[in-house]
Ligand binder design. Structure first.
Ligand code: NAD
Length: 425
């Protein structure tokens, strides 16, 4: 039983689900909820496990496993990304779906939380194979998704093109075009301006808000970013454009470092050409682990989960950790960072810009009326600042970490929706 698996932070091993359960248990204890409500909040509402057979380009057939978990839909339809990665399993998807529930509640969107994934390494497959995998996965989970049920978006290993395939498969099967079934799709088929950069823009907005509380500004700080994909690369560009000094970035192949500040534009061109930050000629090489321990002001983990555990957290020298990734800090990592006085801006706030603009995209698709880039930027900044302020105010009032405060706000909003709706029958 997921409820039984809820553990205290001190006991939690570093699996994403254990981290998510430990975080929930902390919020539930603070809010004084009983065991029954705790179990309801810990247990996914619905889980779908599908077989995804693929005919490879060479004619062989291989089989992948796919999942869609709707953790909670009390406040609205499920919302959450689709991940293609070798790490994907049911527990990882459960954890990510739970984090989506709290995230949507913290930024006050009318959504529940969901997540999907296929256990596949997209780098091992051609575009044609990825299209077939996406279409088969979509057709298998079709009964449980839809613009009023559960709306997908890109995550690790997927992108706007993947969303176009999902939308097309769903629409063809329903018999008409339904753009609102996914967000993060290309502009030409109803995507929103600003969605590609939204998660990263949100990361920068909350970093600015956290710095401002300490009397600092983006122009005063150095930044290191782990991960140079959709979140990390745009974050690097936006940090640099707002005057911060981005001194190090990394991807799964390695990292690069320039204490004077990386030439981010040159680096983006290098990555477009070579597929990695490695060997960028205008910087020194840097090991991935060393990036986490760099002497910078702001560290942004924007790659995989669980990278800041007790051991790596003890080596962090940054004053702020801003979580671009989902679940980059384990419960033990959190404890160590807190002891060392590092401020962690948690994922459910820090990377919520993506789902906020996904919400804007869904609203625009539903009303078939599109907003300007400026309208989107302003609304995003307002939402992120407001969410950060609410979390920070509660944290100060109750003596909580920003993570605990964010979870308390998110969990309480979801619990209130449960309580006001009542139990059926
Ligand atoms: P992506 O697939 O576009 O990029 C992932 C990046 O991480 C790549 O540069 C990859 O090389 C790097 N990476 C992978 N393993 C690594 C490792 N062990 N060490 C260092 N780098 C490694 O994915 P993304 O969409 O940028 O997502 C990154 C993180 O942000 C994920 O945790 C995701 O759940 C989270 N997130 C994404 C969005 C979004 O809108 N895309 C929104 C919220 C949160």
């Amino acid at each position: 039983m997921p409820g039984d698996a809820a553990t205290t932070p001190a006991q939690a091993p570093a699996s994403p689900l254990a981290t998510a359960h430990a975080q929930l248990a902390g919020a539930v204890a603070f809010l004084g909820y009983d065991d029954g409500l705790h179990r309801m909040l810990a247990t996914p509402r619905r889980e779908v496990h599908v077989a995804v057979p693929l005919r490879r380009d060479d004619g062989r057939t291989v089989l992948f496993h796919g999942y869609r978990v709707q953790h909670n839909v009390s406040r609205g339809p499920g919302k959450g990304g689709l991940r293609y990665a070798p790490s994907v399993d049911i527990d990882e998807v459960r954890a990510l779906a739970m984090w989506m529930t709290w995230k949507c509640a913290v930024v006050d969107l009318p959504y529940g939380g969901a997540k999907g994934g296929v256990t596949i390494d997209p780098r091992d497959h051609t575009d044609a194979e990825l299209e077939r995998v996406t279409r088969r996965y979509t057709s298998e989970i079709m009964p449980v998704v839809g613009p009023e049920r559960d709306i997908m978006a890109p995550d690790m290993g997927t992108d706007e093109r993947t969303m176009a395939w999902v939308m097309d498969t769903y629409s063809v099967n329903q018999g008409y075009t339904i753009p609102a079934v996914v967000t993060g799709k290309p502009i030409t088929v109803g995507g929103s301006l600003g969605r590609t950069t939204a998660t990263s823009a949100g990361v920068v907005h909350v970093t600015a808000a956290a710095l401002a509380e300490a009397g600092a500004d983006l122009v005063d700080v150095t930044v290191a970013i782990q991960g140079f994909g959709k979140v990390g690369s745009h974050a690097a560009a936006i940090f640099a454009s707002r005057g911060a000094r981005v001194v190090a970035v990394s991807d799964q192949y390695g990292g690069v470092h320039d204490p004077d500040g990386l030439d981010v534009r040159g680096l983006l061109e290098h990555v477009a050409r070579t597929g990695s930050v490695v060997d960028f000629e205008r910087a020194e090489p840097l090991a991935n682990d060393a990036l986490l321990a760099l002497d910078v002001d702001v560290l942004v983990p924007a790659a995989v989960g669980g990278v800041l555990d007790g051991g790596s957290a003890a080596r962090v020298r940054a004053r702020w950790v801003v979580e671009g990734a989902n679940g980059p800090t384990t419960a033990e990592g959190d404890r160590v960072l807190a002891e060392r006085g590092v401020t962690v801006v948690p994922d459910v706030v820090a990377n919520a810009g993506g789902v906020v603009v996904s919400y804007f995209e869904w609203v625009q698709a539903n009303q078939a009326y599109w907003w300007t880039a400026q309208e989107i930027d302003e609304k995003l900044e307002h939402r992120m600042q407001h969410a950060y302020d609410e979390v920070s105010t509660l944290a100060r009032r109750e003596g909580l970490s920003l993570r605990d405060a964010a979870l308390v706000i998110g969990v309480q909003r979801v619990a209130e929706a449960h309580q006001i709706r009542g139990l059926y029958p």
